[in-house]
Design a protein. Structure first.
Length: 268
């Protein structure tokens, strides 16, 4: 089977290389891979990349920009991607974000990337710092675990009583979102919640030297304009697995594609 891997970051390159090593014919388009994909042809147009392919791996995440691909491939084409838009619903799609095993491994890569962002933008050691993590889902739990392991004093802010009880059981300080009067003791605030949780009122409770790292999907959960106006460091850190661990993340996704295609072939 011919497979097209289009757009995205370095993860796409390692997906393509994994597929090539597993015996597939691979074409790439609109992604800079350098020596990672030196044996894979890079097509000049998306039409050339998609032509004759039985499967397409779209970028992570899949943006509206790539909806044009829906008009260029047959209805029986198999599509892979992360957060695939409804514009592709007429195809057989496999969304990485809906796969529990992938989501868990992605959370690990995201947590390590978050730690790297804290080291990059912070001016103090992680060890001994005070960190507020907003949200305690997959990514939140992994972030809390890694900052705690590095010696940070971690507080988990979550609306769910179960989440707070779970975090407390693992030795964390907990609070019900921004119920306290002030949060000036925190050196880092990390948001994982895809909703506006860090508005002006909440930001005013923080100290002026705080570093806010928001990993929530666009538009994030932070009032970034207000932070800029008040010289508060706030970073919208998206695509951390692709930035800090593209090889690991890409190979995970590439192997998932192979497994899915092998299952489809065995069921035919």
């Amino acid at each position: 089977m011919d497979i097209a891997v289009v757009g995205g970051d370095l993860r796409q390159c390692y997906i393509a290389r994994t597929l090539l090593l597993r015996g597939f014919n691979v074409k790439i388009y609109d992604v800079e891979c350098g020596s990672v994909c030196k044996n894979i042809k890079s097509e000049d147009t998306i039409e050339d990349a998609l032509k004759g392919c039985g499967a397409v791996v779209l970028p992570t995440p899949v943006t509206e920009k790539w909806l044009c691909a829906a008009k260029m491939v047959p209805a029986d084409t198999i599509l892979f991607g992360w957060n695939i838009p409804d514009g592709f619903k007429c195809f057989k799609t496999y969304d990485f974000g809906d796969m529990e095993e992938v989501a868990l491994k992605n959370a690990v890569a995201t947590a390590e990337g978050t730690l790297a962002e804290a080291v990059k933008y912070g001016r103090i050691n992680i060890s001994g710092s005070r960190c507020l993590v907003i949200g305690y889902g997959r990514c939140g739990r992994e972030i809390v675990s890694r900052f705690h392991a590095m010696g940070a004093y971690v507080t988990v802010a979550a609306r769910s009583r179960y989440a707070r009880d779970d975090a407390a059981f693992h030795g964390m300080d907990v609070c019900n979102m921004f119920e306290r009067k002030e949060y000036k003791k925190y050196d880092f605030v990390i948001n994982t919640v895809p909703a506006r949780v860090l508005g002006r009122k909440e930001i005013d409770k923080l100290n002026e030297d705080v570093v806010i790292i928001d990993i929530a999907s666009v538009p994030g959960g932070t009032d970034f304009m207000y932070c800029r106006e008040h010289n508060i460091t706030a970073v919208h850190s998206l695509g951390l697995p692709g930035k800090y661990s593209p090889k690991t993340s890409g190979e995970i996704l590439g192997n998932v594609v192979v497994e899915v295609l092998e299952k489809i072939k065995n069921n035919e």
